[in-house]
Design a protein around this ligand. Structure first.
Ligand SMILES: NC(=O)c1ccc[n+]([C@@H]2O[C@H](COP(=O)([O-])OP(=O)(O)OC[C@H]3O[C@@H](n4cnc5c(N)ncnc54)[C@H](O)[C@@H]3O)[C@@H](O)[C@H]2O)c1
Length: 332
C-alpha cells in the first residue's frame, strides 16, 4: 500500500494522542510539523525522526510535499488553515468542529468539491463500534419508529483546561463552550443516525463553574428533529467528577443505550440488532477514522464524516445557541 504523507498543523493535546495513532497505523506518515510554539512542534517531530519544523502554517503549507494535512488547532483557525490547504491542493483531516461559522464551513466544503479534494472531520464516535452499532440499529429500523431520544454528557473539566489552552475561554476563538466542543460529538451521532436536522428547539446555556470565561459550561436543549422526534439533550463540563455519557433511543419495537466512560458499551432491550463492526479492529475509534481518511485518498472510499456532514452539525450547534439566546429562528 502506498503511504499517504500528512503534514501536522497544531501539536497540542489532541495531536500528541493522534501521533501515537499515526505511529500504529499502516499507510500513513506524519512528515512535517507546525506549531506556533516551536518546542511543541519539535517534540512531535522528534517522534517521527523529523528535524525541521515550522511555526508559520502559511509557510508550511506552501513548502510541504505532503498530499494531506491534519489540523489540530484552536477552532477559529480551522477556516483560514483549511482554505490555505485547499488552495495548495491538500486533502484535509480536521479536528471538530469544521469551523466556527456556518458560512465559512459551506465555503470550505464547496472549495474542496471544486478542487476534487477530501475533507474529513474527526467526529470519531461514528467509528466507536458500540456507538456505530446503535446508530446502525436506528438507521436500519431495528428499533422501529423512534419515539424519543435522550442524551446526557456529564464531562468534568477544571481550571487547567482554560489556563493550558486559553483559547477555550474566548468566544471569538472557540465559537462556544461545552456544546460546540464536547456536545457536538453526540449531536453529530443523533443527526447522523436519524438523517435529520433540527426543526425547533428550546435551549439554555449557563456558566455553572467557570463564570470568568466567555463560554457556557452547561447546555441543555429540548429539540424536535425534522421528522418530529423529540430529543432531550444535555452536555456539560461542569460536573465535579467525570460520569459516563449516555445516549438512549426509545423505539416502538425496543430500546438501545450507548454508554461510555473509559470503555464504551451498547445494550438493547426488546430487540437484538446485528453486531455491526466497522473496519478492522483498532486501538481506538480515531484509528478507524484515520484509516478511512487514508483510504478516501487512495481509493475514493468515503470517510464516515465528510465535511458536508460536519456542516450539518455546526448548523445544529448554531441553532441551539441562537435558541438559548432567545433569537426567533424557525429552523435550520
Ligand atoms: N476528536 C476529539 O475527541 C478531540 C479531543 C480534543 C480536542 N479536539 C479538537 O482538537 C483541536 C485542538 O484541540 P487541543 O485540545 O489539542 O488544543 P491545544 O490548545 O492543546 O492545542 C492547539 C495547538 O495549536 C497551536 N497553535 C495555536 N495557534 C497556532 C497558529 N497560529 N499556528 C500554529 N499553531 C498554533 C498551539 O500552540 C497548540 O499547541 C480542537 O479543534 C479541539 O476541539 C478533538
Amino acid at each position: 500500500m502506498r503511504r499517504v504523507r500528512i503534514a501536522v498543523i497544531g501539536c497540542g493535546d489532541i495531536a500528541g494522542d493522534m501521533m501515537t495513532v499515526f505511529k500504529l497505523t499502516c499507510g500513513v506518515s506524519a512528515v512535517d510539523f507546525c506549531d506556533a510554539d516551536e518546542k511543541r512542534a519539535q517534540k512531535q517531530a522528534a517522534r517521527f525522526g523529523v528535524r525541521k519544523v515550522y511555526t508559520d502554517f502559511n509557510e508550511m503549507i506552501e513548502k510541504t510535499e505532503a498530499e494531506a494535512v491534519y489540523i489540530a488547532l484552536p477552532h477559529f483557525l480551522h477556516y483560514p488553515v483549511m482554505k490555505k490547504a485547499l488552495e495548495h491542493g491538500k486533502h484535509i483531516l480536521c479536528e471538530k468542529p469544521i469551523t466556527i461559522r456556518t458560512g465559512d464551513a459551506l465555503e470550505i466544503v464547496a472549495l474542496a468539491k471544486e478542487r476534487g479534494l477530501k475533507i474529513a472531520v474527526n467526529y470519531q464516535y461514528r467509528y466507536d463500534a458500540n456507538c456505530h452499532r446503535l446508530a446502525k440499529a436506528v438507521m436500519n429500523g431495528d428499533l422501529g419508529r423512534i419515539l424519543f431520544i435522550r442524551c446526557l454528557m456529564p464531562w468534568s473539566r477544571d481550571e487547567s483546561y482554560f489556563t493550558k489552552s486559553p483559547w477555550h475561554a474566548s468566544l471569538e476563538k472557540s465559537g462556544g463552550g461545552t456544546l460546540i466542543t464536547q456536545g457536538s460529538h453526540l449531536l453529530d451521532i443523533i443527526l447522523w443516525m436519524t438523517g435529520c436536522g433540527i426543526r425547533s428547539a428550546k435551549a439554555i446555556c449557563r456558566q455553572l463553574k467557570f463564570p470568568q470565561t466567555e463560554v457556557e459550561d452547561f447546555c441543555s436543549a429540548e429539540i424536535i428533529l425534522e421528522n418530529g422526534t423529540p430529543v432531550q439533550f444535555t452536555c456539560t463540563m461542569a460536573v465535579p467528577i467525570e460520569k459516563e455519557i449516555r445516549l438512549e433511543v426509545f423505539g416502538e419495537k425496543g430500546y438501545g443505550a450507548y454508554t461510555k466512560l473509559k470503555g464504551s458499551r451498547v445494550k438493547f432491550h426488546g430487540v437484538r440488532p446485528p453486531g455491526y463492526g466497522y473496519g478492522k479492529p483498532a486501538v481506538h475509534a480515531v484509528q478507524k477514522s484515520l484509516r478511512d481518511f487514508r483510504d478516501s485518498i487512495l481509493s475514493g472510499k468515503e470517510h464516515l464524516c465528510p465535511g458536508s456532514e460536519a456542516v450539518r452539525v455546526l448548523k445544529a450547534v448554531d441553532f441551539i445557541y441562537s435558541r438559548a439566546k432567545g433569537e426567533n429562528n424557525e429552523g435550520i
